[in-house]
Design a protein around this ligand. Sequence first.
Ligand SMILES: Nc1ncnc2c1ncn2[C@@H]1O[C@H](COP(=O)(O)OP(=O)(O)OP(=O)(O)O)[C@@H](O)[C@H]1O
Ligand SMILES: [Mg+2]
Length: 257
Amino acid sequence: MTEVITILNQKGGCGKTTTAVNLSAALATLGKSVLVIDMDPQGNATTSLGIQKSELENTIYSLLTGKSSFQESACETEVENLYVIPSNISLSGAEIELSKEIGYPYILNEKLEEYELGFDYIFIDAPPSLGILTLNALVASDSVIIPIQSEFYALEGMADLLETIKLVESRLKSPCPIKGILITLYDARTRLSKDVSKNVNDFFKDSEYIFKEKIPRNVKLAEAPSYGKPCITYDPDCPGTKAYIKLAKEIIKLEGE
Ligand SMILES: Nc1ncnc2c1ncn2[C@@H]1O[C@H](COP(=O)(O)OP(=O)(O)OP(=O)(O)O)[C@@H](O)[C@H]1O
Ligand SMILES: [Mg+2]
């Protein structure tokens, strides 16, 4: 069974793309077959996986608008078992185009259901907004992971995010449980990081799972995309790589329970 997970938070720069890319690469290295769907017109996941985004014809945009098939849109990456449906700026026009279609929130879901999917996991890298692209991602997903950056405003906007998930569940009849909350850009030396971690625990109490593994602030994670590599191939032994491997193992273990 393929598990489809959206990495969701409308807050910019909280580590969605870094998590989509590096968690996927870690799971692929552990032997899982993984697809990343870049659902953001910024195309950062695409670049981070070594795909030149500017000249692409087959992208998530062409898939959503019926101009390319699923097979045509998925690209191999340098990492074995890891594939990506890339994105580029062409996707920015999709919000308006798709909104004219009847049943527009279901388009990505239909595309994924049309194919006998051989993947263990599909991670959707959502854009920093709660618009049509994010709705499509949520309807197509079995669950979401919410990365939360260790900063003062971390929980701002969380109520809107949770409300969006509820609306998808009630109006669009598409269950979308939170698989887990992931603390990112964590620096154990700072009081701020510890405070944010505590605030997140207090906010969600026991209502949502908070991943045990926190992702540390690690410059290697920030450098790797400029080499078009996930961190696991850029620097296999750095703290960032190790954290995403531990997170991947935590996720596999959760499934076994
Ligand atoms: N754990 C980390 N350690 C160091 N740098 C990080 C870490 N996580 C993310 N970054 C850096 O922070 C910036 C924002 O991260 P990222 O692009 O993953 O966030 P995002 O939520 O996808 O942003 P957007 O909302 O714009 O899509 C990037 O430059 C990234 O390289
Ligand atoms: Mg991003």
